[in-house]
Design a protein around this ligand. Structure first.
Ligand code: HEM
Length: 241
């Protein structure tokens, strides 16, 4: 931890006098997984939408843009799966802010934070819930996003295996087309892309907003791993291990 002399904005007068401490919150697997997931969703959305409605016309006898888009989509999908698995592993191996408990509003402290943050977004209270990791409402939203990622992976692999016909892959996803018709699997796979798009709009907005409210360097934190907190906040966080 590094101490930084800096006053805190929009906090109580006593807290505003406190020094800020630099704390390492997001370990490298969290940051790598976050940015690989983000970049791969951008590539997957672009190539996936092309497969749905080819918006570029390729010319020339050797042109096979659809094949190229599909190839890029599949390779990126495996990169996406790897980043997802790394993050899932880190739910169990990471520091307290990376662990799975942060993503479920279980227990009194988490539940209070969830309701408090909801009230903040509904303009019922002035200040957001301050937490060193994610606030519990953000945590719960991320669990839904991770669940959507899992559905995206499973439906994608089921679509892929229709053509590949691999027995190994069939073992993992072969049950899916028996449960839901492949046409609907494709539709679900397509529609979730828009859910990611909608999420990103609010996600970036709230990251910037909460970063300004807390003065914690929240946006920078997902790049560097570090955020800034007063000692009283660190003590409060430590009392909720
Ligand atoms: C498809 C795109 C994105 C997805 C799916 C996504 C998802 C997530 C998830 C799941 C987390 C929780 C981190 C973890 O514990 O693993 C997170 C955190 C975060 N994301 Fe994103 N993200 C996306 C794009 C972005 C972008 C473009 C920004 C740009 C500012 C951003 C900024 C942040 C920040 C600042 C945090 C940390 C919030 C905190 O400190 O509490 N994200 N994101």
């Amino acid at each position: 931890m590094t101490t930084v002399t800096h006053s805190i904005g929009r906090t109580s007068p006593s807290e505003a006098e406190e020094k800020l401490v630099r704390v390492y919150i997001w370990e490298w697997p969290v940051r790598i997984a976050h940015w690989v997931i983000f970049l791969s969703i951008v590539v997957l959305s672009f190539t996936g939408y092309y497969m749905y409605a080819p918006f570029i016309t390729s010319r020339g006898s050797g042109a096979f843009l659809m094949g190229e888009m599909r190839f890029i989509h599949e390779v990126t999908a495996f990169v996406f799966v790897a980043a997802f698995l790394l993050r899932v592993y880190w739910f169990f191996k990471g520091n307290k802010w990376a662990r799975w408990r942060q993503f479920l509003p279980i227990g009194r402290y988490q539940w209070q934070g969830f309701i408090g943050q909801l009230q903040y977004y509904l303009f019922v209270r002035r200040k957001p819930e301050f937490r060193m990791g994610h606030n519990p409402l953000a945590g719960a939203t991320y669990s839904m996003i991770f669940a959507l990622m899992l559905i995206e992976i499973l439906t994608g692999l089921a679509l892929y295996n229709r053509i590949l016909g691999s027995k190994v892959l069939g073992f993992f996803v072969g049950w899916l087309p028996m449960l839901i018709s492949i046409r609907y699997l494709r539709e679900i796979h397509f529609l979730i892309m828009f859910a990611f798009g909608a999420f990103v709009i609010h996600h970036v907005y709230s990251a910037v907003l909460i970063g300004i409210e807390e003065r914690s360097g929240l946006v920078g934190g997902i790049f560097s791993g570090y955020k800034f907190f007063s000692e009283s906040r660190i003590k409060e966080d430590a009392s909720h291990e």
